[in-house]
Write a protein that binds this ligand. Structure first.
Ligand code: PGA
Length: 224
């Protein structure tokens, strides 16, 4: 059986490199020996090099939270898939609803990013909301069912397990092989039911990944 995938989306947190290092070290030490779960940390870009330096020794994956669709060039503020790869990232989150909400990212832009990231040999964690189409299988593609309204900062209500199960079953019709994850207010108290009752192979975790003790319990509960 494949490992359960837990992707920690730190978003634009924590506020300092020192706090990021502390969060990383506490989590890394505690989850190192937990079998059956692959933990992937996705910090803000600026914290990635320090974390990558320490991460290989503790078997954690590291990913970016976004990337651009070109390899280099006059694209102020952007980071390319190959830059992430060179830095030591294995994963990249794409299509998060906050990027559409705050930055006007469109479906077309997301598609271009997915193609570029897969070509750069990154594993893509693609967020799919309520109304978007589920993509067909592509190697290295991981799909997350993450309704915007279920994100903790949007109201703090996780989707019902039965609703997630239904949605995942529908998504499986086109996305047959790769992992399907759930995202939206996942925490240590509900992770086990999403894994056991909704048929997902893991979760994308925002708020709960910023509290070391809470995230460590979440990882342990996922492994049980
Ligand atoms: P949340 O965020 O776990 O805080 O709801 C998830 C996400 O936005 O990816």
């Amino acid at each position: 059986m494949k490992d359960i995938l837990l992707i920690a989306n730190w978003k634009m947190n924590p506020g300092t490199a020192k706090e990021a290092q502390e969060l990383f070290e506490t989590v890394a030490n505690a989850v190192e020996g937990v079998a059956g779960v692959k933990v992937v940390l996705c910090p803000p870009f600026v914290y990635i090099p320090e974390i990558v330096r320490a991460a290989p020794s503790v078997a954690l994956g590291v990913g970016g939270q976004d990337c651009f669709w070109e390899g280099k060039g006059a694209f102020t503020g952007e980071v390319s898939p190959s830059m992430l790869k060179e830095l030591g990232c294995e994963y990249v989150i794409l299509g998060h609803s906050e990027r559409a909400k705050y930055l006007g990212e469109t479906e077309d832009m997301v598609q271009k990013k997915v193609a570029a990231a897969l070509s750069a040999d990154l594993k893509v964690v693609l967020c799919v909301g309520e109304n978007e189409q589920t993509p067909a299988d592509r190697e290295n593609l991981i799909v997350v069912y993450e309704p915007e309204w279920a994100i903790s900062t949007e109201g703090g209500r996780a989707a019902d397990v039965s609703r997630v199960a239904e949605k995942v079953a529908a998504m499986r019709k086109t996305f047959k092989a790769g992992p399907i994850l759930y995202g939206g207010s996942v925490d240590s108290s509900n992770i086990a039911s999403f894994l056991k009752e909704a048929g997902v192979q893991g979760a994308l975790v925002g708020g709960a990944s910023l509290n070391a003790a809470e995230f460590i319990s979440l990882v342990k509960n996922a492994a049980m």
